[in-house]
Write a protein that binds this ligand. Structure first.
Ligand code: BGC
Length: 959
């Protein structure tokens, strides 16, 4: 195919060459052609002579040209042959190796309905599903196509039994493409709060808004990517580069969202760690990248947070674009059937990421339950791998009827489980907003070229309530104070009177110059200002103005964005403070020398952005190319620090970022007295920052990742693969368990700021660590329990073909995906080749048995308690963290320490409280590849270290 195309290309080029040649190279040729064209012949012989001359000219021309042409054509052919040979060589090399499908087979797909917590919903679902026709069942599993509804994803209904279309909408920080919603802080900011209650509260508010907008399924939270690579483009959608932190934050978010009856979707399952090559064709390659992960690492790092979400009762899971061990995640039976459904006991349904499904029958057998957005072969082309194809596959017997029934039952059970059959809460209507237009009127399926009547599609329902309060709290608590040399908090008058007097006297001694009058502050950087407005670029895919979120499907339309300057202008007391604004990264400080020399305090803003790989901004193609501040942020900070108050003014640096940024160029400058990492604060950015600057909120954010001194410090596993290393790019996770702080610890590298680090305006003290044992150590969990409920059973006979014929008189919209077929005559049941290993039923996992896995894994074995005291001058919140060190075990290597507990305590000055860390069997185990189970180290002593960061561990206890 590729060869044919290039052949045609070559012919066209050669043709063009000779035509052009006539006109360009010879005057006589030009004349001859002109004559021929323009002067009508007067008589026969003149005409004849003229023609002869012209023919002769033309033959001479061809003679000259042909030498030249032969040379050119020969060169092209030789080049072509060389290129083809090289292409064939590489194609062969990379195409053949590795072969597709190195992930082990796991069949048959476990049926939903084994957990007590879902039993009632499954019973109700069974009663509904048994009445459905084949077309109705298929309809429920298949999206109607891109832009074939008002939400980003809509499946088909089962009208006769009263099951509505489900409306699926992004995303993890707010309701995407909607008006009058809240733009909450992004996941990474939530992670930085280390505050379980806020995680839940934000999820709940998000759920209220989604329901208010008519959404059934929210496409979040995101716990994958985990953050293996600090420059990974979508790390900010998740909660931080540690599975325990991700797991807790993900689970609290799920509980919050689902407390409002909205189904949460835990995504992206799994190992979608980078944007480059995440899906076929987006990056010019026919295949997506393969994340190659060993079994232990998969369990202990990447799947871990998904287990927490399943335990929390999550209704949906989204499989990812990438391959894992060279099988596409959405067709990977080991991942979906084996790990998610059997081992973790997931009772909800698995949907594909948008176009992440690559096989019809294969993905159904592998455990996929719903395909989104429906189109599966190409973007928005209306051709589905399911829909009518699934109808056909069930009729010809290639997809077993019981697999289809399980897909549908899982979806319907999830709907009942969340109480969505209650029409007062979930009216059976399209959402009250359209993702595709801001106009009031529009069509219901704008993706179809078929004519449609316009209806009201945007009702502009305001669902924000007082959620700005939560957004502001999360943003303030998610702000990490990284450095503070006695400068923060400042006051609305600048500095409090006594501090100001001391400072001015000191400066006078130093510079001989006495500052007087109003306190003079300079605010610098584009990131402090509104830029062109928060929604200037589509999907937020550019870095301009202050940075409130990253970009892509994880972003929303900001209803507003309080920029830092807006809040500071309002809040500084103008009778005492003079604010000079330089909302650019290239301020002309020399032109303004007299003012800049006089500044007593400079607040400099800089940032770093990234996002989803379907769109790029400058050289950030989803993933960041490095960890530098963008738009000249480093230069700005250095420049301001050197000129502010002639180099003696105090400097506060404020960073908004999607992840770690390098700070080496300025962090140790003597007048950089304070640094705040405000992460991605959402709509309340400026207000939250002011809360922290002025000390209304005592900073209590802690780093959800490590800030290194260079990108290379994160090790080989920390590097994004920017250039393909084969037709199927291969990324080996050979660093295993050692990502982020585990890598830094193992290699004894001093980061700039370690994982878990964060300062406060007060100080805390820890004492009295106690360990209470509740159960005995034993290597293996209790045996897998027998199922608490039985999955529904239905007749397995293939339904009549007529059930999937287009109903008579049906007006089909072009490109819309229906379950129907125009003819069923050619469909015959037959023998079909199934994937290798399909006929070998896998043993059920000892780690499974209930929702979230074997219940014993969640049993609490040890409690560690510690007294935390605020021994500083002001009220504040402490974040005590517990890290676990495993006993030594022959043949098993453990990370030096891993996070296994945290909490946030609000303490008045002098107040003391006890923090309780509960450690479950899973927390104390490692994944044993031979046992295929979580194993506790029964010999030797576990050590529990408690402190305020991964490297500030003051107390130790043992078990
Ligand atoms: C993203 C998902 C998102 C989906 C729907 C995909 O490109 O990877 O996270 O939910 O689109 O917008």
């Amino acid at each position: 195919m590729a060869q044919d195309q290039s052949k045609q290309g070559l012919l066209r080029e050669t043709d063009g060459l000779s035509e052009d040649g006539i006109g360009l190279d010879s005057d006589s040729d030009i004349a001859a052609t002109r004559n021929l064209d323009r002067e009508p012949p007067t008589s026969g012989h003149v005409l004849h002579a003229q023609m002869k001359r012209q023919q002769w000219d033309f033959i001479r021309f061809l003679g000259r040209r042909s030498r030249c042409c032969i040379a050119t054509v020969s060169t092209i052919i030789v080049l072509w042959i060389l290129l083809s040979a090289a292409g064939a060589f590489f194609y062969k090399k990379y195409q053949e190796e590795p072969s597709y499908g190195q992930s082990p087979p796991w069949y048959p797909s476990p049926k939903g309905g084994i957990a007590k917590s879902w039993a009632v919903s499954y019973e109700k679902a069974a009663k509904m599903v048994e009445k459905m026709t084949l077309a109705e069942k298929v309809n429920i599993t298949t999206g109607t196509g891109w832009q074939m509804g008002l939400a980003v994803g809509t499946n088909g209904p089962a009208v006769h039994v009263g099951f509505p279309q489900l409306q699926l909408q992004d995303g993890p920080l707010g309701v995407r493409f909607a008006d009058n919603i809240t733009a909450f802080p992004a996941g990474i900011t939530v992670g930085a709060t280390w505050n379980r209650q806020l995680m839940y509260a934000r999820g709940k508010a998000h759920g209220i808004e989604a329901r208010g907008k008519g959404i059934n399924v929210l496409l979040g939270p995101c716990v994958g990517p985990l953050g293996r690579m600090p420059a990974g483009g979508r790390n900010w959608e998740g909660f931080g580069a540690d599975p325990y932190l991700q797991g807790v934050a993900g689970a609290e978010t799920v509980k919050g969202i689902q407390s409002e009856g909205v189904m949460a979707t835990i995504k992206h399952f799994v190992a979608n760690e980078q944007e480059h090559f995440r899906q076929p064709w987006e990056w010019g390659l026919p295949h997506a990248i393969s994340s190659n992960i060993d079994d232990r690492t998969l369990h202990e790092l990447y799947v871990w947070p998904f287990a927490d979400a399943v335990k929390a009762g999550v209704a949906a899971a989204m499989c990812s674009y990438n391959m894992v061990n060279n099988s596409y995640s959405c067709g990977n039976s080991k991942l979906l059937n084996g790990i998610l459904k059997d081992e973790l006991g997931f009772q909800g349904f698995v949907m594909s990421d948008w176009l992440a499904q690559h096989s019809g029958v294969g993905s159904a057998l592998a455990g996929l339950d719903m395909t989104m957005p429906g189109d599966g072969v190409g973007w928005a082309n209306g051709e589905s791998l399911w829909g009518p194809q699934l109808s056909r596959a069930v009729l010809n017997g290639s997809v077993p009827v019981n697999r289809l029934n399980d897909m549908v039952t899982r979806i319907v059970a999830a709907w009942y489980q969340l109480g969505q059959d209650d029409e007062t809460k979930f009216p059976r209507q399209p959402p009250n907003f359209s993702s595709w237009t801001d106009d009031r009127m529009g069509v219901l399926a704008p993706g179809s070229p078929s004519p449609q009547d316009k209806v009201v599609v945007n009702q502009f329902v305001d669902v924000q309530a007082n959620h700005s309060v939560i957004a502001r709290e999360v943003a303030a608590e998610g702000t990490v104070l990284l450095k503070n040399e006695g400068l923060l908090p400042i006051t609305r008058q600048g500095l409090d009177a006594s501090k100001l007097e001391v400072r001015r006297r000191d400066l006078e001694k130093l510079t001989g110059k006495r500052h007087s009058g109003k306190f003079k502050i300079g605010v610098f950087g584009e990131d402090a200002g509104p830029g062109n407005g928060p929604n200037h670029c589509k999907d937020r895919a550019c870095n301009q103005g202050t940075l409130g979120s990253g970009w892509g499907s994880g972003a929303v339309e900001f209803p507003y964005l309080v920029s830092p300057i807006e809040a500071l202008r309002k809040q500084f007391d103008s009778s005492k403070v003079e604010v000079h604004e330089y909302l650019t990264n290239k301020p002309s400080l020399n032109d303004d020398k007299t003012i800049v020399d006089d500044l007593e305090l400079c607040i400099v803003f800089a940032n770093a952005d990234s996002g989803e790989g379907f769109v790029k901004w400058e050289n950030v193609r989803g993933d960041r190319p490095d960890l530098n501040l963008q738009r000249g942020g480093d230069d700005l900070i250095v420049n301001v620090a050197s000129k502010c108050g002639s180099g003696s003014g105090d400097v506060i640096v404020v960073i908004h970022a999607v992840g770690p940024v390098l700070m080496e160029k300025w962090i140790e400058l003597p007048n950089v007295k304070a640094v705040l990492l405000a992460n991605l604060p959402g709509q309340e950015s400026g207000n939250a920052l002011a809360d922290v600057l002025f000390g209304d909120t005592n900073p209590s954010g802690h780093l959800p990742y490590t800030i290194g001194k260079s990108l290379s410090e994160y090790g080989p596993g920390g590097q994004v693969l920017y250039l393909p290393n084969g037709v199927v790019p291969q990324q080996d996770f050979s660093e295993g368990l050692y990502i982020d702080y585990r890598y830094f610890d193992k290699h004894n590298i001093d980061p700039r700021f370690e994982f878990g680090f964060g300062l406060s305006y007060t100080t805390f003290n820890l004492s009295n660590l106690q360990v209470a044992s509740h159960r005995h150590k034993s290597p293996l969990p209790a045996p897998r329990p027998s199922p608490a409920a039985n999955p529904p059973s239905y007749p397995t006979t293939i339904p009549p073909k007529s059930e999937v014929l287009f109903p008579t008189g049906f007006r089909a919209l072009e490109k819309y995906i229906y379950p129907y077929l125009s003819s069923v005559d050619d469909i015959e049941p037959g023998q079909y080749p199934y994937p290798d290993g399909y006929d070998t039923a896998q043993p059920l996992s000892g780690a499974g048995g209930d929702e979230g896995g074997n219940p014993d894994l969640w049993a609490i074995y040890v409690t560690v308690t510690v007294d935390v005291k605020n021994d500083g001058p002001v009220a504040g919140a402490a974040v005590p963290q517990l890290y676990l060190e495993y006993p030594a075990k022959e043949g098993v290597e453990f990370p030096i320490r891993v996070l296994r507990g945290f909490d946030k305590l609000y303490l008045a000055p002098g107040e003391s409280q006890t923090v309780h860390f509960s450690l479950t069997r899973r927390d104390l185990s490692y994944w044993d590849v031979a046992e295929q189970n979580w194993v506790m180290v029964a010999e030797g002593q576990y050590r529990f270290k408690v402190g305020f960061s991964s490297r500030d561990l003051l107390l130790t206890g043992t078990w």
